[in-house]
Ligand binder design. Structure first.
Ligand code: HEC
Length: 200
């Protein structure tokens, strides 16, 4: 009995590095393709990484600095700035930031989606439950100002976060079409407008 246990223990010790080895990217991709069921607007193409995501995966989110700079500049070109003020209606922006509707298989792709910003960011003191993947955006406009340059930064960051930080975990709301130009303006106002509860 004891001998069996010792042998069993030895075998487990020898095999454990195999069991603990990280799966390769290919194995992860294969498992996702095997288990993901395409339904409604959530098709298999959602599992395909684009070039930037592939580079971030391959380098564990640490691509060589020079390459990251070049690819960020490419991402920057995707940002379409409307003319005039980039601040819309913060009241509507609040709804978009709070809400989590849109992009799911059972939802109508023609209806406007929300931003789900609170999944990752603390924003207004009016809402205390918030994720921590991203930094707190409380009093964002109060701390950072709301001039044209800051409006361009916030609008651009929401439009395409990877233009500023290639391997950002933040979704690209503009190029994916998940938020419209007006919606991005509204959320920009939510963060920057002095009358928004975010800045109270
Ligand atoms: C899946 C998580 C996630 C979601 C959802 C998300 N963000 Fe982010 N966001 C991040 C992370 C992580 C960072 C910090 C890294 C970076 O700069 O990309 C960030 C950074 C930012 C910044 C820059 C902060 C600074 O100090 O300059 C702004 C502004 C921002 N997010 C706004 C938003 C808004 C508005 C939404 C909703 C429309 C949103 N984020 C949705 C993860 C997220």
């Amino acid at each position: 009995m004891t001998r069996k246990w010792i042998l069993g223990g030895l075998a487990a010790l020898l095999l454990s590095p195999l069991a603990l080895a990280e799966p390769s990217d290919r194995e992860v991709q294969q498992a996702m393709k095997r288990d993901f069921r395409a339904k409604g607007q959530a098709g298999m193409e959602r599992l395909e990484q684009d070039g930037v995501q592939r580079i971030c995966t391959a380098t564990s989110n640490k691509p060589p600095a020079e390459l990251a700079k070049q690819l960020e500049a490419d991402q920057m070109k995707s940002i379409v700035y409307p003319s005039g003020s980039l601040m819309g209606d913060w009241r509507n922006g609040a709804k978009i930031a709070w809400g989590g509707r849109g992009m799911q298989w059972h939802e109508d792709p023609k209806k406007p989606a929300d931003g789900g910003c609170y999944n990752c960011h603390e924003i207004s003191p009016q809402r205390t439950s918030a994720g921590t993947i991203g930094p707190s955006l409380r009093a964002f406009g109060k701390k950072r100002g709301n001039g044209m340059e800051m409006q361009r930064y916030v609008y651009g960051k929401i439009y395409n976060a990877k233009a500023y930080n290639l391997c950002s975990d933040m979704p690209r709301f503009g190029p994916t079409g998940s938020l419209t130009e007006q919606q991005i303006k509204d959320v920009t106002a939510y963060l920057l407008d002095p009358t928004s509860p975010v800045n109270k």
